[in-house]
Design a protein around this ligand. Sequence first.
Ligand code: MGD
Ligand code: MGD
Ligand code: SF4
Ligand code: MO
Length: 728
Amino acid sequence: MSSQRTVHKTCNLCEAMCGILIDVRDNQVAGIRPDPDDPLSHGAMCSKATALKEVQEDPDRLKEPVRRTANGWRKISWAEALGESAERLARIQLRHGDDAVASYLGNPGAHNLGIIMYLTLLYSVLKTRNRYSASSLDQNPKHASSLLLYGNTLSIPVPDLDHTSFMLLLGANPVVSNGSLMTAPGFLGRARALQKRGGQLVVVDPKRSETAAIADQYIPLRPGADALLLAATIHVVLDESLGRASHLTPFIDGVDGLRAALDPFSPETVQDELGLTASQVRDLARRFADADGAVCYGRVGTCMNPYGTLNSWLIDVLCLLTGNLDRRGGMLFPKPAADLAELVEQSGPSAGFDGPPTRVRGAPSFNGERPTACLAEEILEPGDGQIRGMVTVAGNPCLSAPGAVKLDRAFASLEFYVAVDFYINETTQHADIILPPMWSLEHDNHEILFHGFAIHNTAKYSPAVLEPDENQREDWQILSQLALGIAARKHNNPLARAALRLAPALVSKPLRVLDWAIRAGHYGDGFRPWKKGLRLADLERTPSGVDLGPLAPRLAAILERRQRRLDLAPARIMAELTRLREEGTRTVGHGDRDELLLIGRRDRRTNNSWLHNVPSSAVGRDRCTLQMHPADAQRRGLTDSQPVELESDSGRLQVRMELSKALMQGVVSLPHGWGHTGDGIHMQLASQRPGVNCNDLVGDRVLEAVVGNAVFNGVPVRVRAASRSSTG
Ligand SMILES: Nc1nc2c(c(=O)[nH]1)N[C@H]1C(S)=C(S)[C@@H](COP(=O)(O)OP(=O)(O)OC[C@H]3O[C@@H](n4cnc5c(=O)[nH]c(N)nc54)[C@H](O)[C@@H]3O)O[C@H]1N2
Ligand SMILES: Nc1nc2c(c(=O)[nH]1)N[C@H]1C(S)=C(S)[C@@H](COP(=O)(O)OP(=O)(O)OC[C@H]3O[C@@H](n4cnc5c(=O)[nH]c(N)nc54)[C@H](O)[C@@H]3O)O[C@H]1N2
Ligand code: SF4
Ligand SMILES: [Mo]
């Protein structure tokens, strides 16, 4: 590589997929700038992009495998690290059965083509039913709703943000998060453009969030009440015949069943519980139905919720009934160059809802995975199928998952644990061996998942920026070698040995496999060399990305191909509506007058739990504070900046107060991803500003009903002045 150059890259830190230009001098990052020519992001970039360089240069980042010993961490060779990890995991499985080893995949895995491709190999070797991931913390309800409606967990419609004239947004704060399951770089600019062309943004949230602050209308809603609001809104659409026929009408079944199930949810009936007047709901429904192109979008606030799947489903059905599904300006299905939804479909039917329930409490599994909120008990509870060995990849569940204290104890008790990660953090501190992969600047990539959720069709190749050290490995190399090593030990017979000797030669670089996926995809040549079609080489030749055009209606064709109809009265959803009628939305609270409901928040400079060790995020005011409305504070005699004690049924912690009128009364907010305490972690900057872990307060008992998603929001807490001023 020459000593001075500029590389076109896609930032992999969040789902927005901003195109960036990285100036490189002497194999170091000299600067990071937005790429104005990227056909998706058009020069959008946030300040967090700096962290790409900072993680690269972080002295705490591991580059070689380490082993935990009585005298601290010791560097070991890759051969030793991989060999011993394979040996120990295989031994546990041979002795105690396949389920005795679990895997957990964290959020950054979704951005890493190598992980997406080769984790499957590891899964196929481990054959364990104890598979867990961050998906059951944040988005399985949406995947479940898509499976119910469209027959594929990855067929998720996204807002046609650049053409819509009405956006109803629930439980998301894209001005800060930059969007999720909606890849829309530069959300703020796009929202302003929507308003400029006469459109409206309406935000429903317990907090006047940064997104609500720019909205045309802000509707404060108690945590967990979305299902009631959505049910009542659709009730109005059906009751007032506001629905619109569309090209999808011939595909719809079950409207009468839905109408009957929604009967108890008229705005007049639910208004007291909802906390909004019937006329507010009717007005919202009418404006949504009247708009020339409307989108309804809900994210983590609607998923991390006892009614997550129901919410996600009602959101799509509201769009469908008002003629806003699969139309310009409404919700549309992206058409990516390498279509993961179709690749997954071709590899066989999804495990969907059919997996066996969990061993200890019989919670549902979904899509071949068990709820991460059940992980701790599956490790701690003795018996057949108890987890004794663990592989984590790009995850930090001991901070990120509910019941964090218990999970920490569970991880500490494991017989053997190997982590694929480059930080020694709250979770990986418990590992016996850590296998650190290269950082994203050191390898090439293609955001195969998030192109599938993008609001404009593009395809981009993201090359390596810097030369790695000779001894570094990529995630896919680590995962494939670990998988083959385990297979060799589990299937120790001559035939398997011969096959496994050949196997490493068959393991291809992920980007080579991607080329096949692109050629087989919507824009490819279908492997007919005489036909012109998109290839990986075209992406490489167009460094800012290939523009594949705006999203366009395609659901009817998808449904025809899948021989599917749109069922508006599936049993699982009907059962949820019955539960909503019988139990209401106050399932999480105790009705204690002193109680407040805890919700989460995100901060511009961080990313979940793992960007607190870079200088740009470790500056400025304390961001791990408890936000509370001044009236709630006054009632308790609390003041700004005061240390308070926060207690839930699951735990207790001390934190500093921050008065904020943005919150509804009765609701308090604490960010997640903090709590970098203890001697075990090796993240110097993060340890200096540890904050507290809100998941010490979030218990693991309450689950979303259909898929067992974690319920982080609406947790009842009690707050009082701290007895001593020792806060996190
Ligand atoms: N209370 C509460 N809890 C929450 C949330 C909330 O809103 N409230 N949000 C939830 C959400 S949405 C999510 S997604 C989860 C996230 O939960 P997790 O995915 O479990 O945790 P992260 O904090 O994202 O940790 C990511 C880990 O991946 C490592 N990593 C980064 N890049 C790479 C890579 O390229 N390869 C490998 N192998 N490792 C890498 C980092 O070092 C870090 O250890 O947290 C959830 N927890
Ligand atoms: N800067 C930054 N960006 C991130 C991340 C980060 O940690 N930091 N994390 C990334 C990840 S993994 C994800 S999944 C996305 C998430 O992206 P978003 O879904 O946009 O998540 P949040 O920003 O947490 O916004 C959730 C909103 O839901 C509200 N809320 C809470 N409970 C309820 C409820 O019951 N009903 C309703 N209607 N609203 C509720 C909260 O007040 C908050 O405003 O962000 C990604 N981007
Ligand atoms: S918005 Fe997300 S993708 Fe864009 S620069 Fe910021 S962190 Fe990176
Ligand atoms: Mo997430």
